[in-house]
Design a binder for this molecule. Structure first.
Ligand code: 3H9
Length: 705
């Protein structure tokens, strides 16, 4: 007998004595209120029907269940809650089996853990990634996973947020069996019928005892110490450990309400708001107007012009993505150096045991070095990564114009030069685009896709397609000096310099910035990147700098001594014997003092909070200018730029989200106050003023018209 239907997102069907419950809530079967109600009804139906002996849970589409519906967080909760549904499911009298063929994440895995048996198919991905959203598993995961897979493995799964495969899940005990195929209903029914025939008992996870409690608690102590060290202000990891401790010490009935309370605490935290904003922002950022107008051009082969640090990094990124790459250099010696730069990356992986010599050979088989532009006549996309000088770049583009096939995408990796001028210097400006990779290009996730005036939409779509292939996070940017990221960086770096000259040491500033959640402060970053880079930029801009603008010369004094940072053994910090962590340098402090004295500045003290107010106000204000000028499409594009390219702490969501959380009026008040000291630097952005007047926030600008 087959009977169809209940709610639209959960279907039930009787197959013999098995109630097949299908979650059908595209795109990922998230556990929104309708799914929870549907599941509850299905479980009740099974309990009340004598003909039903077992329940089989499956997901329709690609996922089993990807977890709670993240879009519901922050809104008033609607019953039934997931723990309520799972309580009934686990304690009920009918056998429940979950057949997992795709992602079973967060609440999705918690559903499976409340079932009595679990089957995985090869494409299953299992995990409790709530920590990535500032949360902890809130529907029994912290209580049931340790009982099923052991305390250490379960806690590590939750702390890492990692997804594991079907085979790994079997090995850890998270699932009972792995079956072949991709049809969860077919494989699941076979398994359920086998269990019924064998009169398999209803095996409730809550009844599984944690074997050696003392050993488990010792493991938790070790994990807690390690987590506390690296949590950098994150709230939920330590809460996860606390909940697992309850799982060890208490019966499930007592552990569950404690887990729920901890989950609700996390849900209320601003870290959850920031992290969930980041989750959606990185998915929204690929939605661009050009994608509506055109699809990408074919993209199977690539050329990179230049084998220096950037060119080699881009080449590695493309080779890793399986693309064949031709690298062009001007002579035999340079191409040998370019190839060596590429090989160095793979040799490093071999040394760490992460790649074999054969693996390297297979990758390098896709690499060709050449000194002849004619060799790239047939490639689909070229990325120029030569010396940062407009005339050198124009000369390269002239060659590309001469040799490349019609329709080839011609990209420049410039970080600040005028891409419109490069495009206009050749006969096909519609094919020219900026691809601003960040160093090291094979590691850094951010890719600014810089859209010049005459580029055709399908070229922009191709650039986004390339980013997808290279597993980069693309952000669409307009043409200006520094695009989105470096333009904003220049302004808040200036604010940091002013704070330094006014009284805080570079070390205090770095500490305040790290305290905010960054891995490094701005002066540490300067030392890592090389002080000479910023020095060259300052010299380039000297002629056009407003003579009335405040200019801090401390960094110039440091560079004049040849102190360029880590590579020279000293910069703002000292790096004795090649140390990677710098030590404060009294001579740098003396330079700062001398500069203050020269300008007649009496130093004052700054608390970390005062430092961060200025630092963030400068960043947000310039972010608003970048938006106002259309350089960034939406505030979330700026957030993603800073999360992926500049180490902005993810739990704060990005600078524009952070501004919304603090309140735009507060930010504007700060800027107006600071403007009393330096009205030229602290000019409130017209967009910020407008939003405050209208009572709106940046988030109101996050949807594309
Ligand atoms: C949780 O479960 C808490 C519980 O412990 C407690 C409960 C009481 N909700 O990533 P994609 C959307 S916390 C709502 O591009 P893929 C996504 O925004 C949750 N929407 O696809 C996108 O929308 P759009 C724990 C969601 O194939 C579309 O689905 N779970 C959710 O590359 C496609 O997503 C997680 O953290 C959701 N849960 O990757 C898992 N998930 O098309 C989060 C996705 O409008 N999800 N969307 O842009 C993922 O990791 C990936 O989405 C997944 C698919 C691997 C599933």
């Amino acid at each position: 007998m087959n009977s169809e239907a209940s709610t639209p997102v959960v279907h039930t069907r009787l197959d013999g004595s098995v109630l097949v419950v299908t979650i059908d809530n595209p795109p990922v079967n998230a556990l929104g209120v309708a799914v929870r109600s549907g599941l509850l009804q299905a479980v009740e139906l099974a309990h009340n029907s004598p003909d039903i002996q077992a329940v089989l849970l499956v997901g329709k589409g690609k996922a089993f269940i990807a977890g709670a519906d993240i879009r519901e967080f922050g809104k008033p909760p609607m019953p039934p809650s997931l723990p309520q549904v799972l309580e009934l499911m686990e304690t009920g009298s009918k056998l429940v089996v979950a057949a997992i063929h795709g992602p079973a994440l967060g609440g999705g895995l918690e559903v499976a853990l409340a079932a009595h048996y679990r089957l995985a198919l090869p494409a299953a991905k299992l995990g409790l990634p709530e920590v990535n959203l500032g949360l902890l598993p809130g529907a029994g995961g912290t209580q049931r996973a340790p009982r099923v897979m052991g305390v250490k493995a379960a806690t590590e799964l939750m702390l890492s947020g990692k997804h594991i495969s079907a085979a790994e899940a079997l090995e850890s005990g998270l699932v009972d069996r792995v079956a072949e195929g991709s049809d969860p209903e077919q494989a699941g029914l076979a398994y359920v019928n086998e269990l019924l025939a064998a009169k398999a008992p209803i095996r409730r996870t809550r009844d599984i005892a944690i074997a050696d409690k003392a050993a488990a608690l010792a493991e938790l102590d070790a994990l807690q110490a390690a987590t506390a060290k690296k949590a950098r202000g994150l709230f939920s990891p330590l809460k996860i450990i606390e909940c697992v401790r309850h799982a060890v010490e208490l019966p499930l009935e007592e552990g569950l309400p404690r887990e729920r309370a901890a989950f609700l605490e996390c849900l209320e935290s601003p870290q959850r708001t920031g992290l969930i904003h980041a989750f959606f922002a990185e998915r929204e950022v690929v939605k661009i107007p050009e994608a509506k107008a055109a699809g990408p051009r074919a993209l199977n082969t690539l050329a990179v012009i230049g084998g220096g640090t950037m060119g080699a990094g881009i080449t590695v990124a493309a080779l890793d993505a399986g693309l064949p790459v031709i690298m062009i250099e001007r002579d035999a010696e340079s191409i040998a150096r370019g190839r060596a730069n590429v090989e160095k990356v793979y040799d490093g992986l071999i040394a760490k045991g992460r790649l074999t010599a054969e693996g390297k050979a297979a990758i390098m088989a896709r690499y060709t070095g050449s000194t002849r532009y004619d060799d790239i006549a047939a490639v689909d996309l070229v990325i120029e990564a030569v010396f940062e000088d407009i005339d050198v770049k124009k000369a390269v583009f002239k060659e590309l114009d001469r040799v490349c096939k019609p329709g080839a995408v011609l990209a420049t990796n410039t970080s600040y030069l005028d891409i419109n001028a490069i495009a206009d210097s050749i006969s096909r400006p519609q094919d020219v685009i900026g691809l601003h990779f960040f160093s090291p290009a094979n590691i850094m996730k951010l890719l600014e896709i810089v859209v010049p005036a005459k580029v055709s939409p399908d070229v922009v779509a191709t650039a986004f397609d390339l980013a997808r292939k290279l597993k980069k996070v693309p952000v669409r940017a307009g043409v200006c000096d520094g695009f989105i990221g470096n333009r904003i960086l220049a302004v808040y770096k200036q604010a940091a310099d002013y704070i330094m000259e006014d009284g805080a040491s570079p070390y205090e500033i770095d500490e305040a910035v790290r305290g905010f959640g960054y891995p490094m402060g701005p002066f540490q970053v300067t030392d890592l990147a090389g002080g000479d880079i910023g020095w060259a930029t300052r010299k380039r801009k000297a002629a056009t700098r407003d003579p009335n603008a405040r200019y801090v010369e401390v960094a110039d004094r440091v560079c004049e001594r040849g102190w360029f940072g880590q590579k020279t053994g000293r910069g703002f910090y000292l790096y004795p014997q090649g140390a990677r962590v710098g030590q404060p340098d009294p001579e740098v402090l003396a330079i700062v003092d001398a500069e203050r004295a020269r300008k007649g500045i009496t130093p004052r003290t700054f608390t970390p909070e005062e430092i961060m107010r200025r630092y963030m106000a400068a960043m947000i204000n310039e972010g608003a200018n970048v938006l106002n000028e259309g350089i960034a499409l939406r505030p979330l594009d700026i957030d993603v730029t800073f999360l992926y390219g500049y180490g902005f702490p993810r739990h704060r969501g990005g600078p524009m989200k952070y501004a919304d959380m603090v309140g735009l009026e507060t930010i504007l008040n700060d800027i107006t106050t600071f403007a009393q000291e330096d009205p030229l630097f602290w000019k409130p952005s017209p967009l910020l003023v407008k939003l405050v007047q209208e009572g709106k926030n940046f988030d109101s600008l996050n949807t594309l018209a």
